[in-house]
Design a protein. Structure first.
Length: 564
């Protein structure tokens, strides 16, 4: 019994041997070819050995190419030939390596190595010909770098060789950024970077090296920011830099923004993709560079008003374009992000353009009408986005028109406070925007909060107008003092708070109850910091009486609203 496992193992081995013999008899061809296949790779290291053996010749050719570049460097230094001739030969030599990288039959590692060899030859050569030998001017160096990039792009485009495209653009972008700093000539190299960004955008539309656009956009942003930073400083800090005209100072940022704005519009109108996070951030960054350049350089040229007007009109035109995209191509259930992005851009451009280019009354009227339109559209389409934009616009109108300042000075600050037509327009706008958004039972707190700010603006304005009206009537009969103002403020706020509490209960508007409690908290703070400090005893007692009555009535009204 102890030998049973051993016997079973032996029987199993014999059965496997018999099966193999029968298989060989039934398939004699496979029996012959299998040893041949096995002998083709006698060890597991054979494939890696073959790959390594193929890599070494490629690296050897690349090293020979770099050695040839050093020969040309020595010829240029020895002045055996005119340096301009050596420069032409060196440029052709480096481009030949790029042609080889694009034309090699087995595209892959060999293309990467040959393209890297071309870049290692070309970039140091342009650097030395520009800085060490002085053969190339900065403009010529930028032009030669452009020829290098365009040639590599054309060669890589035919066979969709992304590594060749990447290497050429990566090397040229870094070289352009470094040469702009070393030569202190920004304009030609910024033009080159903008050209490269344009080519990258075109390539990404054709699904070629799409990630390259991120890198080139970052390099262009960095170069233009450095350019603006240097030239926006005092002239004594940039003695070594050339003097530029206003057009040269404004053009790079404007062209960068125009490039990416046109790219987003083209993609949205024709290709209909979803706007990416990169496109949103890049558009905002490039527009910020435009605004910074206009606001920095127009005062230096004595045209600050003209510069602000130009930027304001540009913003208004962009707002109109974005609104056009919202109502045309960026519509439908599948364009949610596009609609939100273009609507947000349009609102931001409208606010900036109005603030920069419009006088006070047209400014308040424009923002107020836009706020009412956005709110009505959001209510009609049941879109929270439109109501949010209306809230932003009505808040901006209240601040820009001076309505917030008027309410503050009437209820807490120093008098007098002037109620102008612009503040009246903003107050009516806040009231209309609050009235058109209807309360729905059981709605989310987010939608309730959208009505809270317009209601608060309208309530504060109502209290301020009531206080100013009563104060004007009192001033006709007596000479008013600080204690009169303090009491009238308490009376106005408490009266408006009670009215809001009653209206909130009757119209089922919970946000009005919230504003009522905020008003009572404001009155409590005002009693401590104003009435008790500046009021007479009889006026202090009257203010406390009004506050106490309000504290008793408001909670009762609130409980009544919960039971209705």
């Amino acid at each position: 019994m102890n030998d049973l496992p051993v016997t079973l193992d032996q029987l199993t081995a014999r059965l496997e041997s018999l099966e193999q013999r029968i298989d060989h008899l039934e398939h004699p061809a496979s029996a012959v070819t299998k040893p041949a296949v096995a002998s083709a790779h006698p060890s597991g290291d054979a494939p890696s050995t073959v790959q390594t053996a193929g890599l070494f010749p490629i690296l050897g050719r690349a090293m020979l190419g770099i050695a040839g570049a050093y020969v040309l460097r020595a010829v240029a230094e020895s002045a055996a030939l005119p340096r301009i001739a050596v420069a032409a030969i060196a440029i052709a030599y480096a481009l030949a390596w790029m042609v080889w990288a694009a034309r090699v039959k087995a595209a892959g590692l060999s293309s990467v190595i040959y393209a890297g060899t071309s870049a290692l030859i070309f970039i140091p050569m342009v650097w030395e010909l520009t800085l060490s030998f002085g053969v190339l001017t900065p403009s010529a160096a930028a032009a030669i770098l452009g020829v290098f990039v365009l040639s590599a792009t054309a060669l890589a485009w035919l066979r969709n060789l992304s590594p060749v495209f990447w290497i050429a653009n990566l090397a040229a972008a870094i070289a352009a950024l470094a040469l702009s700093i070393a030569t202190r000539e920004f304009v030609p190299f910024l033009a080159l970077l903008l050209l490269m960004a344009l080519v990258a955008e075109v390539a990404s539309v054709r699904n070629r090296a799409r990630a390259l656009r991120y890198f080139l956009a970052a390099v262009a942003d960095l170069a233009i920011w450095g350019y603006l930073f240097i030239y926006s400083g005092p002239p004594s800090a940039r003695v070594d830099y050339p003097t530029l005209s206003l057009a040269s100072l404004l053009a790079p940022a404007c062209l960068l923004f125009l490039l990416y704005a046109a790219s987003i519009a083209f993609r949205t109108v024709l290709l209909r993709p979803t706007v990416s996070v990169f496109e949103i951030l890049q558009s905002a960054t490039s527009f910020a560079l435009v605004a910074f350049s206009v606001l920095s350089f127009t005062p230096q040229s004595g045209s600050i008003v003209l510069g602000q007007l130009f930027l304001g009109v540009l913003c208004l035109l962009l707002a109109a374009a974005c609104y056009g995209l919202v109502f045309t191509v960026a519509r439908g259930a599948d364009a949610g992000r596009n609609t939100q992005v273009f609507a947000a851009f349009a609102t931001g451009f409208l606010i900036c353009g109005s603030l920069l280019s419009l006088p006070l009354i047209p400014l308040a009227l424009t923002l107020s009408l836009a706020a009412i339109a956005a709110t009505l559209l959001g209510v009609r389409l049941n879109r929270l986005t439109g109501q949010v934009h209306g809230l932003v616009l009505v808040t901006t109108a209240a601040i820009a028109s001076g309505l917030i300042d008027y309410d503050f000075h009437s209820l807490a600050g120093t008098l007098p406070a002037t109620f102008s037509p612009a503040t009246g327009v903003a107050a009516v706008c806040a009231l209309v925007c609050y009235a058109v958004v209807k309360a729905v039972p059981g709605e989310a707190r987010v939608r309730q909060s959208l009505r809270l700010i317009p209601a608060a603006i309208a309530a504060c304005t109502l209290a301020a107008l009531l206080m100013q009206g009563i104060l004007a009537l009192v001033a006709l009969h007596i000479v008013t003092g600080v204690h009169h103002v303090a009491f009238l403020r308490t009376f106005s706020v408490c009266a408006v708070a009670l009215a809001l509490a009653y209206a909130g209960v009757r119209m089922r508007r919970p946000e009005l109850i919230q504003i009522t409690y905020a008003a009572l908290a404001f009155v409590a703070a005002k009693l401590i910091f104003e009435d008790l400090r500046h009021g007479h005893f009889e006026f202090i007692a009257a203010s406390i009486f009004l506050f106490a009555i309000s504290l008793m009535i408001v909670p009762r009204l609130s409980r009544m609203g919960q039971t209705i």
